[in-house]
Design a protein around this ligand. Structure first.
Ligand code: NAD
Length: 423
């Protein structure tokens, strides 16, 4: 089970956090205990063995998972993670958050998630392809455009999705573009999908800064993680005139008080693979990114990084969760007590699943939209969701997280209610 980093023995796991959030929402909404039990239990889980022939001829057996938390509102939807920390409980938590995220943004999906317990950095491209194809064939009975639609997450990318789509299609005997999202453009990907999570994070961050009386132009920000989400978030923040003063990745962190040149940093990362050593920047400890004196903090790496042990050191006025579950339950309360506004993951990073939905619609219709259309519809949905959650939170005197979770849980509950219980 994934424990939160640097936390005390009493700190919660991500699954504890996800379950606690559901319990709080159920209590606020006054739902019956049997509804709580149904919403807490994943509908389907599969654990698969992935025998991998390594490049040196040896065979290693990896473990993979796919969890479908809920599909009352439509097919399961959720990423596939390749990471050494992946376990069933982490996948369960992430699948539950996907259910709420899809309901909150009103995309017609349930929630799912998958993962393989592997550190992709230790494997060649050929080995990663074999892992992906075997994992896909093992979970193939569960996935499909009308069943469950995977997408990229930590440690996977559009190439992984192309292999998944190809493997699934070979098994079916024809090309099935709608089985995954986050694909390359050449095989039915959507324009704007690659940067959609980051674009959504920044659309919401700008609204949140304005809400607390900080003009985005000239505001300061720190971003943890420089992968698919963090890197784009830094880029779009810079375009909004925000000074991105600190960023980190798994190797280390860099700082520049006047704001890092994000375009130059991206080119540097493309060339070297890390933010560490970026010319003109000062190296800092990774933890200092989380405690930097900035207006906005975007944790966009992994879960559990803001916990009871460091929450009181967070200096940002606004925390926008680019990652899933970066703030533990205990830390959430401590940040609130210190007047830090936390924009929850199920709202903040939902841009990815919104454009995944657009990609699926385009793939199923074989009719492609322009990048401007995708961007306009994405920003419109994210901004609307921000205002809806803010209004609900204000009206019911709840945190943004609890408000967002209540709105989502209520929508899923309504779907359960009208469908009825089979048999
Ligand atoms: P990624 O693998 O592309 O990037 C992860 C980044 O985090 C890398 O730069 C890595 O070096 C860095 N990192 C890892 N451990 C770190 C640490 N301890 N300190 C600092 N940096 C660290 O993954 P991603 O797709 O960008 O996902 C990041 C987070 O966003 C995850 O929580 C994921 O579930 C969530 N998310 C991703 C998407 C998406 O569309 N990719 C959508 C919604 C949510």
């Amino acid at each position: 089970m994934t424990a939160v980093l640097g936390a005390e023995a009493t700190e919660t796991t991500v699954l504890d956090d996800a379950r606690a959030q559901l319990s709080q929402a159920v209590e606020v909404l006054g739902l019956p205990s049997e509804v709580h039990a149904m919403l807490a239990a994943p509908r389907r889980e599969v654990s698969v063995s992935i025998p991998l022939r390594r490049d040196d001829g040896s065979v290693e057996v990896l473990r993979g998972y796919r969890v479908q938390h809920n599909y009352s509102r439509g097919p399961g939807k959720g990423g596939v993670r390749f990471d050494a920390r992946v376990d069933l409980d982490e996948v369960r938590a992430l699948a539950m958050w996907m259910t709420w995220k899809c309901a909150l943004l009103d995309v017609p999906y349930g929630g799912a998630k998958g993962g393989v317990r592997v550190d992709p950095r230790g494997y060649s491209t050929g080995e990663l392809e074999r892992i992906t194809r075997r994992y896909t064939s093992e979970i193939a009975p569960l996935i499909g455009p009308n069943h469950d639609i995977p997408a990229p997450d930590v440690g996977t990318d559009e190439q992984t999705m192309a292999w998944m789509m190809d493997t699934y299609s070979v098994g079916r005997g024809h090309t099935v573009l709608g089985v995954v999202t986050g694909k390359p453009i050449a095989v039915g990907g959507s324009l704007g999908r690659a940067s959609s999570t980051s674009r959504g994070v920044v659309a919401v961050a700008v609204e949140a800064l304005r809400h607390v009386g900080i003009a985005p132009e000239g505001a300061t920000a720190a971003v943890q993680g420089f992968g698919k989400v963090g890197r784009g978030a830094a880029r779009f923040l810079a375009r909004e005139g925000v000074r991105v003063v600190a960023v980190s990745d798994v190797n280390g962190a860099v700082h520049h008080a006047d704001g890092l040149d994000v375009a130059a940093l991206e080119a540097y990362v493309d060339a070297t693979g890390s933010v560490v050593g970026f010319p003109g920047s000062t190296p800092i400890e990774s933890e200092e990114v989380l405690t930097a004196y900035v207006d906005l903090l975007v944790p966009a790496a992994i879960e559990g990084v803001i916990h009871a042990g460091n929450a009181t050191s967070v200096r940002a006025r606004v925390v926008v969760e680019g990652a899933n579950g970066p703030v533990s339950t205990a830390a959430d309360q401590m940040l609130a007590d210190n007047g830090v506004l936390v924009v929850p993951d199920i709202l903040a990073n939902a841009g990815g699943v919104v454009v995944s939905y657009f990609e699926w619609v385009q793939a199923n219709q074989s009719y492609w939209w322009s990048e401007a259309e995708v961007d306009e519809r994405l920003v419109e949905r994210m901004t609307r969701a921000w205002h809806d959650v803010l209004a609900y939170a204000t009206e019911n005197q709840l945190s943004l997280r609890l408000a967002a979770t209540c709105m989502a849980v209520e929508r899923v509950y309504r779907a359960h209610e009208v469908r009825g219980l089979y048999p």
